[in-house]
Design a protein around this ligand. Structure first.
Ligand SMILES: Nc1nc2c(ncn2[C@@H]2O[C@H](COP(=O)(O)OP(=O)(O)O)[C@@H](O)[C@H]2O)c(=O)[nH]1
Ligand SMILES: [Mg+2]
Length: 451
């Protein structure tokens, strides 16, 4: 996308509190909230040319923010225009009414998007499963519908008692609303179908060729920085080329030679509007199938403990047992921002725990240990399996050699009797793709034949 964007984070300083959606735990720390807003813009590759906190003593009904600030932003947009660098978008990190949005667009001659709108853009871009896409579409339609209704009642108010009942404006809105309702109905129906067939879907879905290492955490925790650090760290991890993967997934080869796919998931967002929670969860589905889950935390952030609880809470809701699940690796990030003494303490403490690592994704500190922890985890769950592969089936044999660790092999006229180390996810993948049974114990076939 790479469009230029101005980010505004309005904060009400007056006694009056805005709509429920706008009350955030961040509100006491507007700087952190602005940083998050910029992070959200980065999540869909927007280029942030200016960002600021807009302090409001009161809400201006027509434009939310006061006319002075509106004029100042107009000037800024003009300045960029004179440099032949158009600002295509202003992100107002708040819930705008449709009327406010329209008025601001008219004042600035560019697109204006509010918080829910931007979050929906992010989810839409990142939903990878059918169910995820449907959930996001549904949330987007509900959002549109609520805005239509508001716009409509606004029109009605404007008309006063003037006899324009049934005028073209209203008809258009009614029509749009009916169309949206129909689409919502259809989506809900599709979603039911997808949910019922989830198991089948999962089995028939195209599998990623290697185990997944998923990076989760709040927006701005440093997920993308870590993603780039790992894929770019030539000494430690090799970047494999996969044509089929988008920019948020990359193949890596660990120091031990194990291959995996690193996946940068959609970031958690503070005070996510409740009507977007289902859509957000749906974007996290791939985490369920991950072999390793890197939970990245910004240790320099005031709310870091509360954020950690939030993340674990959502993972728990997704069906991951955070207490017991050994796939979760806690990555304590941004240790370079801590005072020396505190940093040393955090590092020492983390080293006492098998699945806690302290790093700076920015400077690279701690990466060596992180990679070795990932490497360990990738190998941990290998189970030794036995199977008999038809000798003529080169494809199945090649698969086992590339994904698994072939420990032993004995051929007779018909079969290759293979003993192979495989991860549970790979066992599933193999069984879904090939008609051979994998057994924990040696198969008796050969002996029976011989006797
Ligand atoms: N000081 C410091 N800053 C970091 C570190 N990791 C990330 N950042 C910064 O934090 C901000 C958010 O990082 P990003 O990777 O985009 O976070 P994401 O939203 O989780 O993907 C960026 O400005 C990064 O430069 C770190 O280890 N130390
Ligand atoms: Mg990111």
């Amino acid at each position: 996308m790479n469009e230029r964007v101005i980010v505004l984070h309005p904060v009400l300083t007056g006694a009056k509190i805005g709509e429920e959606e706008n009350i955030r735990k961040f509100e006491r720390n507007p700087e952190a909230a602005l940083e998050e807003a910029v992070g959200l813009a980065h999540a869909i590759d927007l280029q942030v040319v200016h960002s600021e906190i807009v302090r409001l003593k009161m809400v201006t009904p027509a434009t939310l923010i006061g006319s002075g600030v509106v004029a100042r932003i107009t000037d800024l947009i003009h300045e960029w225009h004179h440099r032949e660098q158009e600002v295509g978008l202003v992100f107002v990190d708040y819930a705008l009414s449709p009327v406010q949005q329209r008025n601001l667009e008219e004042a600035w001659h560019c697109k204006v998007i509010d918080r829910t709108g931007l979050i929906l853009e992010i989810f839409g871009e990142r939903a990878r499963t059918k169910e995820g896409q449907l959930q996001v579409d549904l949330a987007a339609l509900n959002y549109q519908r609520s805005r239509l209704v508001k716009a409509w009642s606004h029109l009605e108010r404007q008309r006063g008692g003037g006899g324009f009942l049934g005028g073209p404006g209203e008809k258009q809105v009614e029509l749009d609303r009916r169309m949206i309702d129909e689409r919502i109905k259809k989506l809900k129906h599709d979603l039911e179908g997808v949910k019922q067939n989830r198991r089948i879907q999962r089995e028939s879905r195209k599998r990623e060729p290697y185990p997944i290492v998923a990076i989760v955490g709040y927006t701005n925790a440093g997920k993308s920085t870590l993603f780039n650090r790992i894929t770019g760290a030539e000494v430690f991890a090799k970047d494999l080329l996969f044509a089929t993967l988008d920019t948020t997934m990359r193949g890596i080869k660990m120091p031990s030679g194990k291959k995996a796919i690193l996946s940068d998931t959609v970031g958690f967002i503070s005070a996510l509007p409740t009507h977007l929670v289902a859509a957000f969860r749906a974007t996290l589905e791939e985490v369920l199938e991950a072999a390793v889950i890197l939970h990245v935390r910004d240790i320099s952030q005031e709310n870091t403990e509360a954020e950690k609880e939030d993340v674990l809470g959502i993972l728990q809701d997704l069906g991951i047992d955070c207490e017991k699940d050994e796939r979760i690796v806690e990555v304590i990030n941004k240790i370079d921002k801590l005072p020396a003494k505190e940093r040393a303490a955090v590092i020492t403490r983390s080293k006492r725990q098998e699945r806690v690592v302290a790093v700076s994704a920015l400077t690279g500190e701690g990466m060596e240990r992180l990679l070795s922890v990932i490497d360990d985890r990738l190998g941990k769950d290998q189970l030794v399996m036995h199977t008999d592969i038809n000798l003529a089936d080169g494809k199945a044999l090649a698969w086992l050699y590339s994904r698994g660790h072939v420990i032993d092999r004995l051929d007779d006229d018909e079969f290759a009797h293979v003993k192979v180390g495989l991860e549970p996810a790979d066992i599933e993948r193999f069984s879904a793709q090939f008609p051979y049974k994998l057994n924990k114990n040696k198969t008796k076939k050969k002996k029976l034949k011989a006797s």
